[in-house]
Write a protein that binds this ligand. Sequence first.
Ligand code: CU
Ligand code: CU
Length: 374
Amino acid sequence: MNDWWRRMSLSRRSLLGAGGMALVGGAVTAARSQRRGATVEHAPVKNRPAGTAAQHHRGHGGMLTVGQVDDARNGFDPTHMLTDWDQGRVTMLPNGHRLREFNIVAENKEVEIAPGLVFPAWTFNGRVPGPTLRVTEGDRVRIHFANAGSHPHTMHFHGIHSARMDGVPGAGEAAPGETFVYEFDAFPFGCHLYHCHSVPLKRHIHKGLYGAFIIDPDPARHPEQRDVVVSRLLGTPENARWQEYVMVMNGFDTNFDEENEVYAVNTIAHAYAHKPIQIDRQRPVRIYLVNVLEFDPVNSFHLHANFFDYYDTGTALTPTLKTVDTIMQCQAQRGILEFTYAEHETGMYMFHAHQSEFVELGWMGFFDVRDPVA
Ligand code: CU
Ligand code: CU
């Protein structure tokens, strides 16, 4: 080990600052046991990656992960994940009802959550979070679920459905090698989630078995608020004006002591700090925000230099909060944020949890607000 590493007091922050160094068992355990009152020094600047976000952040102490996560090895890319809605296979039932079918497989998979830090995850379709399922209010949803993992798993949807379809032990749990078909009509519209509900629940959730479940409102059911509804309905010209992103706030307990060592949106620590989300200044932004963080009682989202309207759970067409810059969510709480940078200068605008510790451990990113390309 070189000198700067020896000089550092061990803490979760300093471990992340060490970037590519292996964060394994004993070292992290030692770090956690000393986390309170530990002092922090940082990796030398020469070890940090070049790039605008890293340069921008250097003035604040440069508390970013160091190095690169291998997205190809993970099999998913956090930038792509912001917008890769899965609308399922669409057919019509004899009664004229629209059917959307999805195939979901639970499987064990190692996921690199920060440079050099590999987490033994349990995944839906090989990714954490699982696919973002996006349907329209009233659609018949049919999920063909197969458990290729090593423990019993379920898919429990937040939504309206029968007890038989609840995805809990005794109702829709699949043992390893088994399958189950969940079926229900998509209600109510909003920003929801699904997750495994096998026991012990906290283990099955924090290992990575969760994803966003978005139900767009149906214009035919809300004629009096058609403008708002069509702006949220994927596939309409009104919706295409918006820049929509899904952000699942999560964390990882890498040494299984029931505290998180890494925090993120969409799994990869500081992904959107290293690679900011490009925003066209002229177009409005909508974030589908879901909190699945285990072990910490609350999470939050804070937007810099701007304010947003917030729709708690997304189940209403008028905002529940207007003109706020920070909201908090407990586990499974979620909502929709709407904002614009149309009146702002172009530049890098930060967003992050307002728990400072979460920021330093991975939950921080930037919107790179630009003028539209002519
Ligand atoms: Cu499970
Ligand atoms: Cu839940």
